[in-house]
Design a protein around this ligand. Sequence first.
Ligand SMILES: *Cc1c(COP(=O)(O)O)cnc(C)c1O
Length: 380
Amino acid sequence: MPALDDILQQKLLVLESKHQRRTLKETQREDGIRVLRNGKELISFSCNDYLGLSKHPEVIAAGIEALAEFGAGAGASRLVTGNNSLYEELEARLAAYKGTQAACVFGSGYLANMGTIPALVGKGDLILADKLVHACMIDAAKLSGASVMRFAHNNLDHCRMLLESNRSDHHQCIILTETVFSMDGDRAPVEALRALARHHDTWVMTDDAHGLGVIPRHMSSADIQMGTLSKGAGVYGGYVCGSQMLVDYLKTAARTLVFSTGLPPSVVACANAALSIIAEDSDLVALPLANARQFTSLLGLEVAQSAIVPLVMKENEKALEASALLEERGFLVAAIRPPTVPENTARLRFAFSALHEPEHIEELVAIIKEQGWAKEQADL
Ligand SMILES: *Cc1c(COP(=O)(O)O)cnc(C)c1O
């Protein structure tokens, strides 16, 4: 029998031949946009810390205070002894911000999806997921045991068709989508999906990972509003907002909440400080989208709908080369490849921060024009 390492080496070689092998690169984030790699300072367009809150003095101070008062770890799952007093504040803040009755905080966004979806649907139920939803929604859908069908990206007609032909064969049905799509930066027609869902006795669940702190606050009609505290809020942790009944149910039925340790108290304290800034500083929150729009306007691309803008280059190799060229010129822009995105849609993905200066964007745009990358975009 071949040794474990031999088999794994074979697997890695296959990935390498497809330019799909990934490796970790040590990166020191100096602030919201400046990072150090191999001793070189780069302006990053690949951080999800859209508002720079991971380095905000008030957020850090809140964490230090909680670390001293509560210690390093939660000590147990929330249902046992890990549910310190900071959680109540965080869940109240989240519910108030989203305009829902209640909120439930999980260990991460990934854990929120993995706990929530299988708690709501299972064998005999139906999941309709947008073609481009995040891997953790798909993993959760598979784990649930429900039938999973995918509708073409943001395509209401396709979703309706799937409902009309399949809804009646199943008990419960849920539609999964994202408020802001993480690799394309476009937004889902949430209210239209909700109207369609209502017609077919179906729930809608949204993943707002890239919306919080970036997309102007609005009340959503989605039944289940999931998100993360690791991006716009700059900290860590996941959440689900919705009715009090939904939250009460998840706190007893979501296995990733029940069987996993609570967040470190300092992380919860940082999230509280970050949310208070997001709720109060609307000028700050408007900046990432304004910067993304500056970029798309200078390049003649479609107007940005979020802080994320992709430049699709198709081949993995091409995206990797473009990313390497940008790094040489002082910019960190990740190349995103399959399986994160569909085959033949490898891309540069730009994430705009409140901290980017006009000069950063202008310099980046000059390189993109010089390389003709945006022109190719229009031809796709
Ligand atoms: C990042 C992300 C997640 C996972 O959130 P974490 O808190 O990082 O685990 C879930 N969904 C989407 C769309 C994301 O982009």
